[in-house]
Design a protein around this ligand. Structure first.
Ligand code: EZ4
Ligand code: CO
Length: 409
């Protein structure tokens, strides 16, 4: 087989998505997700300008060779734009291989290791009544694990709270990127957050009991000692995980957090290679790997990363926000089903327009996702529908402290 075409599609139903479609001389096509929230056009350009010309004429079955060729021949290593572009190619090639085999992709990855994929949803509220309603709604929808985010007294806009007014009026669940010409400015106060959050988890445990797995995302805002303090304060409420408690650049920060708390730690949604985890995994400083298939070089690289983690009893918690397209989600689901060290899968439902553009075969039943039995990934791109939603600039917000200092968002 030979690759005869590779086309980059940028579309904005509900939000922006970058999709690579690879076509073979046998008429089989494969899809890959290259969406990088707020920086979509950079990946589209990296693909169209530098990757597509290299793909034409190659054998689509040679996935490992193509991955190594794209990674090593660029000379410049890593980085989210490069790794998202490589992921788009890698996932499209796996889609093609599985379609050629007439099997759902998870079969080529070793077959199912479980019946379904436990997913967690995003509950949030500006106050406790609103948060409890949101948790109940998620339970009604079937979720059996729930992430909890709330507003904090004294802070106007906090990451993860869906009911905060959005500038464009279009938040369909919690989508932090907004279609504005400039990034929206939010505010932050770590001490106010540290005082408030344990009271929220105490109230949630009192209302919903001890069994429900609860998660929380610190979204990179604490120093190591603050994160250690929060982890300790949350121990009575038995979190499934505390995510991104410190900024991701410094792996050694997790040593300090780890020394002080038994709250399980998850990190990695902004990482893009196994190297970002070297210390974290080898020293067993984390419990869950949060990378997205889309931002980490695709299935080929994620499989190796998760196999490395497995040697240390560290499990998967693959990133699955709305900025991962249905194609990227499908790739995650096939991997989740096949690997042994599966932990949990993040699942935020996409908006209705996204579902018009991407036809999907996955199911969500009683809290468990399944990628379905279609050959390949099980996702089709409706290019006519996609063309109705041209790219719209959108940015993630940023934070300033009370005195005006820019803070991690
Ligand atoms: O803010 O994907 O755990 N999920 C998250 C996400 C991220 C967005 C950024 O694009 O932290 O909501
Ligand atoms: Co996160």
């Amino acid at each position: 087989m030979k690759i005869v075409a590779a086309d980059v599609n940028v579309t904005s139903p509900d939000r922006n998505f970058v999709t690579l479609k690879i076509t073979t001389d046998e008429g089989i096509t494969g899809l890959g997700d290259g969406t990088l929230n707020g920086r979509e056009l950079s990946v589209a350009s990296y693909l169209a300008d530098h990757v597509v010309p290299l793909l034409i004429g190659r054998d689509p079955h040679r996935i490992e060779d193509t991955w190594q060729f794209l990674y090593r021949s660029a000379y410049w290593r890593r980085g989210p734009v490069t790794m998202a572009a490589i992921a788009a190619v890698d996932v499209a090639l796996w889609d093609i291989k599985a379609k050629a085999a007439g099997m759902p992709l998870y079969q080529l990855l070793g077959g199912a290791s479980r019946a379904g994929i436990m997913a967690y949803g995003h509950a949030s509220g500006r106050d406790l009544p609103e948060l409890f309603d949101s948790i109940r709604r998620h339970l009604d929808e079937g979720f059996r694990s729930i992430r909890v985010q709330t507003s904090v007294p004294g802070i106007n806009a906090v990451y993860g709270v869906a009911a905060q007014t959005s500038v464009d009026g279009k938040r369909y669940d919690y989508e932090p990127a907004q279609r504005t010409a400039l990034p929206v400015e939010e505010d932050w106060d770590t001490r106010a957050y540290l005082r408030h959050l344990p009271t929220v988890f105490e109230a949630v445990r009192n209302e919903f009991g001890p069994e429900l797995p609860l998660l929380h995302d610190g979204h990179h805002r604490m120093t190591p000692i603050q994160a250690a303090k929060l982890g300790k304060a949350l121990e009575p409420y038995d979190l499934f995980w505390l995510e991104d408690c410190t900024p991701a650049e410094n792996q050694e920060a997790l040593r300090l957090v780890r020394q002080h708390t038994t709250t399980p730690l998850a990190i990695g949604e902004v990482f893009n290679t196994v190297w970002d985890y070297q210390t974290l995994i080898r020293e067993q400083l984390i419990d869950y790997v949060r990378s997205a298939v889309t931002h980490t070089g695709g299935i080929t690289a994620m499989r190796k990363l998760l196999d490395f983690a497995a040697q240390y009893q560290i499990k998967s918690g693959i990133h699955g926000p709305t900025d991962i397209s249905p194609v990227g989600m499908a790739a995650a689901l096939h991997l989740d089903l096949a690997i042994h060290n599966f932990g949990i899968q993040e699942y935020m439902k996409h908006g209705p327009l996204t579902d018009e553009v991407f036809r999907q075969s996955f199911t969500f039943t009683d809290g468990y996702l399944h990628p379905g039995e279609q050959p390949g990934l099980g996702v089709e791109l409706d290019e006519e529908a996609a063309a109705r939603f041209p790219y719209q600039p959108a940015y993630l917000p940023f934070n300033r402290l009370q005195d005006g200092t820019v803070h991690d968002w």
